[in-house]
Design a protein around this ligand. Sequence first.
Ligand SMILES: [Zn+2]
Length: 244
Amino acid sequence: MINVATYYDNLANQGQLHEVPRSDQRDTELVIGQVTKGELKNLYDHQMLPRNKSAREIYDNLRSAAPGGRCPTCGFGHVYTIDHFLPKSAFPFFSVLPENLVPSCRDCNTGKMARAANDAQSFHPYYDVGPLMQEQWIFAEVLRTVPISVRYFVQAPLHWNQLLALRAANHFRDYKIASRFGVEAASELSALIHYFISPPMQPHEIQDTLDRRLRAERQHQCNSWKIALFEALRDCAWFCSLEF
Ligand SMILES: [Zn+2]
C-alpha cells in the first residue's frame, strides 16, 4: 500500500493520473496477494466511514480541511462529502488513500462517472493548485439576449501545454461549470442591472464599480463565476452604456 501511495503521488505530480490502468476484475477476484478487489473497495465503507472506526478521524480531517467549507473543485459549492478522485470501483487500490480523497460538494461529486471514463483527468485539488488557484482559465462573454445573459467558456493560458488545456476543458465539462456558474450569474446580473439603471449610472461609473468588485474577488481566487462575470461586464461597452 505504501508503494501504491508513492505511485499515485508521482503520477499526480505530473498530471498523469489518467495513466493508471483501470481494474476490470470482478469484486471476488484476487488483485494482490490474497486480497480481493471487493475487499480493497470495502476498506472505505467498512473501515473509514463508520464513526466507531479509528480511520474515521482521517475522513473527518479531510472533509473539514477545505478553506471556508467551500468545495475546492468548483470553488463555490458547500463541502458535503468526500469524493474519490479516482473512483474506487475502477481504482480499488486507492479507496482509502488520503491523497485520493478530496472534500467535495454534492454537485461535483456526481461528476465522477463522466470523469472516470476520460483520457485526461480533471484538475486535482491537492496537486493542481497552480491551474486551479493561480491562473485564470474560466472566462465569460456577454450575450445580447432578453434578458441579458453570459456564457462561460475555457481559455487556457498560452503557455499551458496540450495536456493541461485538455484537462481544463474536461474539468469544465465534467463538473458542468458552464451551467452551474450560469445559474449563479443570472441572479447577480439581474441585481446589478437594477442597481445600475435606477437611477442610471454613467458608463465609467459602472465600469469602475465592476472593476472594484473584480479586484475584491481576485483577493481570494482567480477562477470563479463572479470574476469571469464582472470582467466580461466591465469590458462590454454595450452593457456599460446601458444600451440593452
Ligand atoms: Zn464543487
